[in-house]
Every structure is written in C-alpha cells, then in structure tokens.
Design a protein around this ligand. Structure first.
Ligand code: C5P
Length: 293
C-alpha cells in the first residue's frame, strides 16, 4: 500500500507598502508607522513535508544570497512556533527564493509568515490568526502583516493590523537595482515625515480612486534611502517616465520600487524596456493581489 506523504505548498507573496508614513520614535526604539499594505501576485514559495528534524533547503534565483543556517528567518519562525505550541515538531522545508533579499518587499518576512502558516497546518495546530500574528511579531515588524496576504492597514510598529477590502488588481512593475539598504540605517537617516494621523483608507471603487488616494501620501523612507543609495532615484525616475505609469514609489525601506499601471500591456512593456536598459536590475511584471485578508 502506498504511503501518502503529506506535502504542503505555501505561497509567500511580496509585500508592497503602497504608502508608508512614519511618526515618532518610540521608547522601545521603533517608530510608529501608518502603511497601506498590499501584496503582489509574485513571491517566494515554501514546500513543507514531515521530517524528524527541522531542515531547510534554499533554491531559486536568489538562493545564493541567503544562508540556510539557524539564523534564517524561516527556521527562527519554526522554532518560535514549536516553543509557542510546546511541541517538538520537525519538517523538511524547501524555500524557493524568487525575490531579492533585504529589499523592502518583505521577502524574509513573507517567508517566515508562510512558514508559520504552513507548519501550523503540517503539525495540526489549530491556532487562530491572532495567535500566529503574536508569534510573528517576535520575528520582525513586517512578519505579522504577512500572516494573511490580503490588503491591510498597518499601524503601531507594524503589529496593529486591520483587514481591508481587496484592492483593485492593478498591473504593477517591481524593480530592484541590486543594492541592499539596511533598514536601521534608513530609519536613522529619517528627515521630514508625515506622522501617523491618517484615518484608515476608504474602500476603493477602482484603480483611479486608489491612485488618487495614493497621490496624497508618500513613503517617508524614500528620501533617506535615496540619500544612502542614489540609484533608487534613478529607478523611480525611470519607472515614472514609462508610458501608462500612474504612480511610482519605493516599498518599505527599499531598494525595491514599484509602479502601478492601468493595463498589463503597459506594465509588461515598461519592465521589458527597463530590463533591457539595465540588464543587471531585477525587473518583474505582476499585479496587486486582490484576495481578501
Ligand atoms: O522589526 P525589524 O527587525 O524588522 O526592524 C528592523 C529595524 O528597523 C529596527 O531595528 C529599527 O531600527 C527599524 N524600525 C523602526 N520602526 C519600525 C520598524 C523598524 O525604527 N516600526
């Protein structure tokens, strides 16, 4: 009789800060934030199967940039979950690293959150999302928002989350110029900022209302990140100049930037043009994922 081996595939979509406003530095050293977070249809992927011990194999285009050792956020997530649940769970995890590392689109955070979701399933732990988010918060400010991959309103240091209606599935181009900027350095170089006084975003009737809303917002980390890595300014100018681009902005603490387009054809043409002009840059066409949180 064939033995069925349980195998789980868990997507880890790229996180996009459609805007990111920063407030004051808190007593714990973190900054208060407000961010409209959406996810892309592209991302990393995890595959999990039962095993006696915890094992991690990393493959894919950006595998070379990561260590599979104990410091890897996926293994940290697995250990945090075993500690939380009081179990000694093992698993063989394969992480396909499609996203550039340390690049403002939450690759490592999305991987850690996907590991929490996947391992909870593999180990039969019936944990409510809030409990998974509490475990996630111990792993990094961006991990809780990645526990569900729906649009969310993010506040606090990143742990106060409100689920939003699905966003318009706009076409999107992601560009990373191959520089990594350290998040603490970007926060440390912060100058002018918008603060955290906005009410939660409205429901968006379509692409035009989303873009109009975003135009009144910004990524406060863009200026300090550009000061550290001026190539980010070049990426933004190039994205903004593409036919059909409605908005170009940096995500997170950079260096990945995104542009939103009304149509897939314009987005595809933009990614191709930028990719041809800068073959060493990472250029991807995707969409804002429109699933619910
Ligand atoms: O939580 P995480 O490890 O991702 O944060 C990395 C760094 O980013 C922190 O050490 C801090 O310097 C900065 N940060 C911040 N305020 C936040 C999130 C991150 O100052 N809300």
């Amino acid at each position: 009789m064939a033995i069925e081996v349980k195998r789980l595939s868990v997507p880890a979509p790229a996180k996009i800060n459609l805007f990111l406003h920063v407030g004051d530095r808190r007593d714990d050293g973190y900054h208060a934030l407000q961010s409209l977070v959406g996810f892309a249809e592209t991302g990393d992927a995890l595959e999990l199967s039962p095993a006696r011990e915890l094992k991690l194999l990393i493959e894919g285009p950006f595998a070379g940039a990561l260590e599979a050792g104990g410091d890897n956020l996926v293994l940290k997530a697995a250990r945090a979950l075993t500690a939380h649940a009081g179990i000694a769970g093992g698993a063989a995890i394969t992480l396909t690293k499609n996203l550039p590392v340390a690049s403002g689109i939450g690759g490592g955070s999305a991987d850690a959150a996907a590991a929490l979701r996947g391992l909870a399933g593999l180990w039969g732990l019936k944990l409510p999302q809030d409990e998974l988010r509490a475990v996630a918060a111990g792993l990094g400010s961006d991990v809780p928002v990645c526990v569900s991959s729906g649009a969310q309103w993010m506040e606090g240091r990143g742990e106060r989350l409100t689920a939003l209606d699905p966003l318009p599935a706009m076409a999107m181009v992601l560009i990373n110029p191959g520089v990594s900027v350290a998040t603490p350095k970007v926060f440390a170089a912060l100058g002018a900022r918008h603060g955290t006084g906005l009410p939660p975003p409205p429901q968006f009737a379509g692409a035009a209302s989303l873009v109009a809303y975003l135009k009144d917002t910004a990524n406060d980390l863009e200026a300090p990140a550009r000061a550290i890595a001026p190539v980010i300014g070049e990426v933004l100018a190039l994205l903004a100049s593409q036919p059909g681009a409605r908005l170009a902005r940096m995500s997170g603490s950079g260096a990945t930037c995104f542009a939103l387009f009304d149509g897939d054809d314009d987005a595809t043409a933009a990614a191709r043009a930028i990719g041809e002009a800068h073959p060493q840059w990472w250029a991807v066409t995707t969409r804002i994922a429109s699933f619910a949180a």
